[in-house]
Design a protein around this ligand. Structure first.
Ligand code: HEC
Length: 295
């Protein structure tokens, strides 16, 4: 269970190297670089969005759900000294986004809304108009804006009752009549370039995983100092016991869930920068269509 993403990516890398190193004259121009392919930024957004969604699901169900049943609490003040809480899922995302900002790939993430509890989550004018479209279509929208560069927004839907009840009851919520299945906001990603190399793609994916791990680790550090002790490690998951998984175990849960979507995003719609036919197409000729574009 610890291998999936790296393993699957590794399989594709090896397969690509193997095929391009051994297939007879697969390319019309012998100088075409193996690593030359470009991935569209929309595929990068889809990959990191899948990671974020899985991290939120694993965190909400396994950590918050399991933790509450064992008497742990989660709230807005979790970072305050003396408060024995973990982060709410929305704050988990916020902390992940803040860490992502400190890492080299210039990937931006925030969860915005037109009626946010926290005013800093209010969309700007450009994103508000895209958000109106998302509320109608409930589909992701990819756009470009002069300030942020390339932008992808994915609907954030009130899928379970607590989304609605907590927001409606929150003193800072400007909207008190959220209903189940409303589009409450949009997970919004920004990136400055329209395309990335395979290395850049993997760097972005690594940065996202590292940020998820960093946020979870901050919670573990906090939990280690709780007055009523929380065990970390071996016993997790055990019903009704104050125990949390180690950071590596948590991250592997997320990776296991996210890898198929990340891999799909990594191997889709690539283009050779010199206008050559895509290596996917050439590889397909060489090997019946199983091979991704050159890594
Ligand atoms: C226990 C309370 C609680 C629950 C449950 C909850 N939220 Fe929130 N949510 C918050 C708080 C508090 C914030 C503001 C976090 C911040 O300071 O950025 C927030 C932020 C958000 C935002 C960003 C805009 C804003 O309001 O600031 C969206 C969108 C959102 N939540 C959607 C959801 C969805 C969808 C669910 C269910 C899957 C959900 N929330 C569950 C409390 C909750």
């Amino acid at each position: 269970m610890t291998l999936p993403r790296i393993f699957l990516v590794g399989v594709f890398v090896c397969l690509g190297v193997y095929l391009f190193a051994t297939a007879p004259e697969p390319l019309p121009d012998g100088d075409v670089e193996m690593a030359g392919c470009r991935h569209p930024v929309n595929a990068v957004f889809d990959g990191v969005n899948a990671i974020n969604e899985e991290a939120r699901t694993v965190y909400t169900k396994r950590i918050v759900g399991g933790g509450k049943a064992a008497g742990l609490t989660f709230g807005e003040e979790w970072q305050e000294p003396g408060v024995e809480q973990g982060p709410l899922p929305a704050l988990f995302l916020r902390a992940t986004a803040a860490h992502l900002e400190t890492l080299p790939p210039r990937l931006g993430l925030y969860l915005g809304s037109d009626a946010p509890i926290n005013k800093s989550n209010l969309f700007g004018a450009a994103q508000l108009s895209v958000f109106d479209q998302i509320k109608t279509t409930r589909e992701a929208v990819y756009s470009e804006d002069p300030q942020s560069g390339f932008v992808a927004m994915y609907p954030d839907v009130a899928g379970v009752a607590p989304c609605v009840s907590c927001h409606n009851a929150h003193p800072d919520s400007p909207k008190k009549d959220w209903k189940l299945n409303d589009v409450m906001g949009a997970t919004t990603w920004t990136y400055p370039a329209s395309e990335v190399t395979a290395d850049e793609f993997l760097d972005v994916v690594d940065a996202m995983y590292a940020s998820v791990a960093h946020t979870y680790d901050s919670y573990l550090s906090k939990a280690a100092g709780f007055e009523v002790p929380v065990q970390i490690g071996a016993e997790w998951p055990r019903e009704g016991v104050r125990v949390l998984p180690e950071v590596g175990v948590f991250l592997n849960e997320v990776k296991t869930q996210a890898s198929p979507a990340v891999l799909e995003a990594l191997t889709r719609d690539r283009r050779h920068p010199d206008g050559q036919p895509t290596q996917d197409a050439l590889a397909a000729q060489a090997d019946g269509g199983q091979v991704p574009c050159g890594f």
